[in-house]
Write a protein that binds this ligand. Structure first.
Ligand code: BT5
Length: 311
Protein backbone atom coordinates (compact mmCIF):
# COMPACT_ATOMS: atom_id res chain seq x y z
CA UNK A 1 0.00 0.00 0.00
CA UNK A 2 2.68 2.46 1.01
CA UNK A 3 4.78 1.45 -1.96
CA UNK A 4 1.93 2.19 -4.38
CA UNK A 5 1.31 5.55 -2.74
CA UNK A 6 4.96 6.46 -2.95
CA UNK A 7 5.10 5.30 -6.58
CA UNK A 8 2.06 7.44 -7.45
CA UNK A 9 3.58 10.49 -5.81
CA UNK A 10 6.84 9.95 -7.66
CA UNK A 11 5.11 9.39 -11.00
CA UNK A 12 2.99 12.53 -10.62
CA UNK A 13 5.97 14.59 -9.52
CA UNK A 14 7.50 14.12 -13.00
CA UNK A 15 4.63 15.85 -14.79
CA UNK A 16 1.07 15.06 -15.81
CA UNK A 17 0.23 11.37 -16.24
CA UNK A 18 -2.94 9.91 -17.67
CA UNK A 19 -4.89 7.69 -15.29
CA UNK A 20 -4.88 4.61 -17.56
CA UNK A 21 -1.10 4.89 -18.15
CA UNK A 22 -0.53 5.20 -14.42
CA UNK A 23 -2.71 2.16 -13.76
CA UNK A 24 -0.76 0.13 -16.32
CA UNK A 25 2.63 1.26 -14.96
CA UNK A 26 1.73 0.39 -11.40
CA UNK A 27 -0.17 -2.78 -12.25
CA UNK A 28 -3.36 -1.66 -10.49
CA UNK A 29 -6.88 -0.90 -11.68
CA UNK A 30 -7.98 2.58 -12.82
CA UNK A 31 -10.36 2.68 -9.89
CA UNK A 32 -7.42 2.04 -7.55
CA UNK A 33 -5.49 4.92 -9.14
CA UNK A 34 -8.47 7.21 -8.64
CA UNK A 35 -8.72 6.17 -4.97
CA UNK A 36 -5.02 6.86 -4.41
CA UNK A 37 -5.33 10.26 -6.03
CA UNK A 38 -8.26 11.06 -3.75
CA UNK A 39 -6.17 9.94 -0.76
CA UNK A 40 -3.37 12.26 -1.91
CA UNK A 41 -5.76 15.17 -2.05
CA UNK A 42 -7.04 14.33 1.41
CA UNK A 43 -3.41 14.39 2.55
CA UNK A 44 -3.09 18.03 1.46
CA UNK A 45 -1.28 17.37 -1.81
CA UNK A 46 -2.55 19.52 -4.65
CA UNK A 47 -3.38 17.18 -7.53
CA UNK A 48 -5.06 18.68 -10.59
CA UNK A 49 -6.86 16.70 -13.27
CA UNK A 50 -6.33 18.17 -16.73
CA UNK A 51 -6.39 17.12 -20.37
CA UNK A 52 -3.01 15.37 -19.93
CA UNK A 53 -4.05 13.50 -16.83
CA UNK A 54 -3.24 13.99 -13.18
CA UNK A 55 -0.68 16.58 -12.17
CA UNK A 56 0.86 17.21 -8.79
CA UNK A 57 0.93 20.98 -8.48
CA UNK A 58 2.48 21.17 -5.03
CA UNK A 59 4.36 18.24 -3.49
CA UNK A 60 5.66 20.05 -0.42
CA UNK A 61 2.71 19.52 1.90
CA UNK A 62 3.78 19.46 5.57
CA UNK A 63 0.89 18.39 7.75
CA UNK A 64 -0.34 15.38 9.73
CA UNK A 65 -2.01 13.62 6.77
CA UNK A 66 0.91 14.43 4.46
CA UNK A 67 3.46 12.94 6.88
CA UNK A 68 1.27 9.89 7.50
CA UNK A 69 0.89 9.41 3.74
CA UNK A 70 3.37 6.68 2.74
CA UNK A 71 4.97 6.59 6.21
CA UNK A 72 6.89 3.37 6.95
CA UNK A 73 6.49 3.46 10.71
CA UNK A 74 3.50 2.96 13.01
CA UNK A 75 3.28 6.55 14.28
CA UNK A 76 0.20 8.70 14.15
CA UNK A 77 1.03 12.36 13.64
CA UNK A 78 -0.32 15.38 15.49
CA UNK A 79 0.68 18.56 13.66
CA UNK A 80 0.78 22.13 14.98
CA UNK A 81 1.61 25.24 12.98
CA UNK A 82 2.84 26.78 16.22
CA UNK A 83 3.13 25.38 19.73
CA UNK A 84 5.09 26.12 22.91
CA UNK A 85 7.10 22.91 22.97
CA UNK A 86 6.36 19.61 21.21
CA UNK A 87 7.95 17.82 24.19
CA UNK A 88 5.43 19.43 26.55
CA UNK A 89 2.54 18.36 24.32
CA UNK A 90 3.99 14.85 23.97
CA UNK A 91 4.30 14.58 27.75
CA UNK A 92 0.61 15.45 28.09
CA UNK A 93 -0.29 12.76 25.56
CA UNK A 94 2.00 10.27 27.32
CA UNK A 95 0.37 11.00 30.67
CA UNK A 96 -3.00 10.25 29.02
CA UNK A 97 -1.72 6.84 27.92
CA UNK A 98 -0.84 7.59 24.28
CA UNK A 99 1.78 5.52 22.44
CA UNK A 100 3.51 5.91 19.09
CA UNK A 101 2.42 9.46 18.44
CA UNK A 102 4.68 11.97 16.72
CA UNK A 103 3.93 15.56 17.69
CA UNK A 104 5.28 17.77 14.91
CA UNK A 105 5.34 21.57 14.72
CA UNK A 106 6.41 24.15 12.16
CA UNK A 107 7.36 26.56 14.94
CA UNK A 108 7.92 26.35 18.70
CA UNK A 109 7.64 29.43 20.86
CA UNK A 110 9.07 27.78 23.99
CA UNK A 111 11.44 25.10 22.69
CA UNK A 112 13.57 23.49 25.41
CA UNK A 113 17.07 22.04 25.44
CA UNK A 114 18.50 19.96 28.25
CA UNK A 115 18.85 21.42 31.75
CA UNK A 116 16.22 24.09 31.00
CA UNK A 117 18.30 25.66 28.25
CA UNK A 118 16.46 27.43 25.45
CA UNK A 119 16.08 25.89 22.03
CA UNK A 120 15.52 28.27 19.11
CA UNK A 121 12.77 26.81 16.91
CA UNK A 122 11.48 29.25 14.28
CA UNK A 123 9.18 28.33 11.40
CA UNK A 124 11.01 26.23 8.78
CA UNK A 125 12.70 23.70 11.06
CA UNK A 126 11.79 20.13 11.94
CA UNK A 127 10.59 20.08 15.54
CA UNK A 128 9.08 16.82 16.71
CA UNK A 129 8.55 14.66 19.78
CA UNK A 130 7.84 10.94 19.82
CA UNK A 131 5.78 9.28 22.54
CA UNK A 132 7.01 5.71 23.12
CA UNK A 133 6.05 3.11 25.70
CA UNK A 134 8.76 0.48 25.40
CA UNK A 135 8.82 -2.52 27.75
CA UNK A 136 12.40 -1.86 28.88
CA UNK A 137 14.17 -0.93 32.12
CA UNK A 138 15.10 2.75 32.61
CA UNK A 139 18.78 1.82 32.06
CA UNK A 140 17.95 1.27 28.38
CA UNK A 141 16.40 4.72 27.95
CA UNK A 142 19.65 6.33 26.68
CA UNK A 143 19.55 3.91 23.74
CA UNK A 144 16.47 5.74 22.48
CA UNK A 145 18.38 9.01 22.49
CA UNK A 146 21.21 7.38 20.55
CA UNK A 147 18.69 5.81 18.15
CA UNK A 148 17.12 9.20 17.53
CA UNK A 149 20.57 10.70 16.89
CA UNK A 150 21.36 7.93 14.37
CA UNK A 151 17.96 8.32 12.67
CA UNK A 152 18.40 12.11 12.47
CA UNK A 153 21.96 11.87 11.15
CA UNK A 154 20.90 9.35 8.52
CA UNK A 155 17.98 11.51 7.35
CA UNK A 156 20.33 14.51 7.18
CA UNK A 157 22.97 12.53 5.27
CA UNK A 158 20.31 11.49 2.78
CA UNK A 159 19.54 15.20 2.34
CA UNK A 160 23.20 15.74 1.40
CA UNK A 161 24.58 16.95 4.75
CA UNK A 162 27.82 15.50 6.20
CA UNK A 163 26.08 14.85 9.51
CA UNK A 164 27.83 13.08 12.40
CA UNK A 165 27.02 12.55 16.05
CA UNK A 166 28.61 14.15 19.07
CA UNK A 167 28.00 12.15 22.22
CA UNK A 168 25.35 11.81 23.39
CA UNK A 169 22.71 13.87 21.68
CA UNK A 170 24.02 16.36 19.15
CA UNK A 171 23.97 15.93 15.41
CA UNK A 172 26.77 18.07 14.06
CA UNK A 173 28.63 18.92 10.89
CA UNK A 174 32.43 18.82 11.25
CA UNK A 175 34.19 22.01 10.17
CA UNK A 176 37.95 22.71 10.28
CA UNK A 177 38.61 20.60 13.37
CA UNK A 178 35.57 22.18 15.00
CA UNK A 179 31.87 21.58 14.40
CA UNK A 180 28.50 23.23 13.97
CA UNK A 181 25.29 21.97 15.54
CA UNK A 182 22.59 20.81 13.16
CA UNK A 183 20.22 19.08 15.58
CA UNK A 184 19.66 18.36 19.25
CA UNK A 185 17.70 15.72 21.12
CA UNK A 186 15.91 15.94 24.44
CA UNK A 187 14.66 12.69 25.95
CA UNK A 188 12.35 12.77 28.94
CA UNK A 189 10.81 9.83 30.73
CA UNK A 190 8.69 8.59 33.53
CA UNK A 191 9.02 5.19 35.09
CA UNK A 192 9.77 3.04 38.07
CA UNK A 193 13.08 1.42 38.97
CA UNK A 194 12.50 -1.64 36.79
CA UNK A 195 10.28 -0.35 34.02
CA UNK A 196 9.87 2.65 31.75
CA UNK A 197 6.33 4.00 31.81
CA UNK A 198 6.79 6.34 28.85
CA UNK A 199 9.56 8.04 26.94
CA UNK A 200 9.32 11.29 25.03
CA UNK A 201 12.11 11.70 22.50
CA UNK A 202 12.26 15.29 21.23
CA UNK A 203 14.24 16.04 18.10
CA UNK A 204 15.00 19.52 16.78
CA UNK A 205 16.61 19.85 13.35
CA UNK A 206 17.56 23.16 11.76
CA UNK A 207 16.12 22.29 8.37
CA UNK A 208 15.03 25.10 6.05
CA UNK A 209 16.50 27.93 8.11
CA UNK A 210 19.29 30.47 7.79
CA UNK A 211 21.95 30.00 10.49
CA UNK A 212 22.00 33.81 10.91
CA UNK A 213 18.74 33.61 12.84
CA UNK A 214 20.03 30.79 15.09
CA UNK A 215 22.42 30.75 18.08
CA UNK A 216 26.17 30.92 17.40
CA UNK A 217 27.67 27.63 16.29
CA UNK A 218 24.48 26.42 14.61
CA UNK A 219 24.16 25.22 11.05
CA UNK A 220 21.19 24.06 9.00
CA UNK A 221 20.30 21.68 6.20
CA UNK A 222 19.68 24.76 4.03
CA UNK A 223 23.18 26.10 4.69
CA UNK A 224 24.87 22.74 4.11
CA UNK A 225 22.90 21.25 1.24
CA UNK A 226 19.88 23.40 0.34
CA UNK A 227 16.27 23.08 1.45
CA UNK A 228 14.68 19.68 2.07
CA UNK A 229 11.16 18.37 1.70
CA UNK A 230 10.40 18.29 5.43
CA UNK A 231 7.68 15.69 4.96
CA UNK A 232 10.22 13.25 3.42
CA UNK A 233 12.79 14.15 6.06
CA UNK A 234 10.40 13.39 8.91
CA UNK A 235 9.28 10.16 7.24
CA UNK A 236 12.91 8.99 6.89
CA UNK A 237 13.65 9.94 10.48
CA UNK A 238 10.60 8.11 11.85
CA UNK A 239 11.22 5.01 9.73
CA UNK A 240 14.88 4.81 10.79
CA UNK A 241 14.01 5.39 14.44
CA UNK A 242 11.36 2.68 14.30
CA UNK A 243 13.79 0.19 12.74
CA UNK A 244 16.44 0.93 15.36
CA UNK A 245 14.12 0.66 18.35
CA UNK A 246 12.98 -2.74 17.10
CA UNK A 247 16.58 -3.97 17.42
CA UNK A 248 18.14 -2.21 20.39
CA UNK A 249 21.31 -4.33 20.13
CA UNK A 250 22.02 -2.68 16.79
CA UNK A 251 21.79 0.88 18.11
CA UNK A 252 25.28 1.31 19.57
CA UNK A 253 27.06 -0.19 16.52
CA UNK A 254 25.03 2.10 14.24
CA UNK A 255 25.86 5.03 16.51
CA UNK A 256 29.60 4.20 16.45
CA UNK A 257 29.57 4.29 12.64
CA UNK A 258 28.45 7.93 12.72
CA UNK A 259 30.26 9.08 15.85
CA UNK A 260 32.43 12.17 15.66
CA UNK A 261 33.38 11.84 19.35
CA UNK A 262 35.30 8.54 19.43
CA UNK A 263 39.04 9.05 19.27
CA UNK A 264 38.65 12.76 20.12
CA UNK A 265 39.99 14.62 23.12
CA UNK A 266 36.96 15.61 25.17
CA UNK A 267 35.91 17.39 28.28
CA UNK A 268 32.73 16.04 29.82
CA UNK A 269 30.94 18.07 32.46
CA UNK A 270 29.07 15.83 34.88
CA UNK A 271 26.98 16.77 37.87
CA UNK A 272 29.95 15.76 40.08
CA UNK A 273 32.82 17.35 38.15
CA UNK A 274 34.58 17.33 34.80
CA UNK A 275 36.45 14.48 33.08
CA UNK A 276 39.11 15.31 30.48
CA UNK A 277 40.73 12.72 28.24
CA UNK A 278 40.27 10.75 25.05
CA UNK A 279 36.85 9.30 24.21
CA UNK A 280 37.61 5.65 23.51
CA UNK A 281 34.28 3.87 23.40
CA UNK A 282 30.58 3.78 24.09
CA UNK A 283 29.18 1.02 26.31
CA UNK A 284 26.22 -1.21 25.48
CA UNK A 285 23.94 1.19 27.30
CA UNK A 286 25.28 4.29 25.56
CA UNK A 287 27.65 5.59 28.26
CA UNK A 288 30.89 7.27 27.10
CA UNK A 289 34.21 5.71 28.12
CA UNK A 290 36.96 8.32 28.56
CA UNK A 291 40.63 7.46 29.05
CA UNK A 292 42.12 10.20 31.20
CA UNK A 293 45.69 11.53 31.00
CA UNK A 294 46.40 9.37 34.06
CA UNK A 295 45.39 6.31 31.99
CA UNK A 296 42.27 5.80 34.02
CA UNK A 297 39.10 4.67 32.26
CA UNK A 298 36.05 6.63 33.38
CA UNK A 299 32.55 5.72 32.23
CA UNK A 300 30.18 8.68 31.96
CA UNK A 301 26.46 7.97 31.73
CA UNK A 302 25.30 11.56 31.30
CA UNK A 303 26.86 14.96 30.86
CA UNK A 304 27.77 17.75 28.45
CA UNK A 305 30.59 16.80 26.13
CA UNK A 306 32.93 19.28 24.49
CA UNK A 307 35.37 18.27 21.75
CA UNK A 308 38.81 19.73 22.51
CA UNK A 309 41.68 20.41 20.15
CA UNK A 310 44.34 17.66 20.40
CA UNK A 311 46.65 18.16 23.41
C1 BT5 B 1 19.58 20.04 23.02
O1 BT5 B 1 19.83 20.60 24.22
O2 BT5 B 1 20.35 20.00 22.09
C2 BT5 B 1 18.18 19.44 22.89
C3 BT5 B 1 17.32 20.22 21.94
C4 BT5 B 1 15.99 19.54 21.74
C5 BT5 B 1 15.04 20.37 20.94
C6 BT5 B 1 13.80 19.61 20.55
S1 BT5 B 1 12.83 20.47 19.40
C7 BT5 B 1 11.52 19.39 19.62
C8 BT5 B 1 11.45 19.10 21.11
N1 BT5 B 1 10.66 20.08 21.82
C9 BT5 B 1 11.40 20.81 22.67
O3 BT5 B 1 10.98 21.73 23.39
N2 BT5 B 1 12.68 20.38 22.63
C10 BT5 B 1 12.87 19.28 21.71
P1 BT5 B 1 21.25 21.09 24.71
O4 BT5 B 1 22.27 20.03 24.44
O5 BT5 B 1 21.02 21.50 26.12
O6 BT5 B 1 21.59 22.33 23.79
C11 BT5 B 1 20.99 23.57 23.99
C12 BT5 B 1 21.95 24.64 23.49
O7 BT5 B 1 22.04 24.59 22.07
C13 BT5 B 1 21.48 26.05 23.80
O8 BT5 B 1 21.96 26.48 25.04
C14 BT5 B 1 22.07 26.88 22.66
O9 BT5 B 1 23.41 27.20 22.94
C15 BT5 B 1 22.10 25.90 21.52
N3 BT5 B 1 20.94 26.05 20.64
C16 BT5 B 1 19.69 26.53 20.91
N4 BT5 B 1 18.90 26.46 19.83
C17 BT5 B 1 19.65 25.92 18.84
C18 BT5 B 1 19.39 25.60 17.48
N5 BT5 B 1 18.20 25.76 16.92
N6 BT5 B 1 20.44 25.07 16.77
C19 BT5 B 1 21.66 24.87 17.31
N7 BT5 B 1 21.95 25.15 18.58
C20 BT5 B 1 20.95 25.69 19.35
Amino acid sequence: MNDTRRAILEALADGPVAGPALAADLGVSRAAVWKHVEALREADFEVESGADGYELVDATAYSAPAIEFGLDAPFSVEFHESIGSTNDRARELAADGAADVAVVADEQTGGRGRLDREWAAPSGGVWLSLVCRPAVPPADAPLYTLAAAVATARAAREAGVDARIKWPNDVIVPEDGDYRKLAGILTEMEGETDRVEWLVVGVGVNANLDPDGLPDGATSVRAEAGDVDRRRFVQRLLAEFHRLRADLDGVVPAWRDLAATLGRRVRVERADGAVVGTAVDVTESGALVVETDENERVTVAAGDCEHLRPA
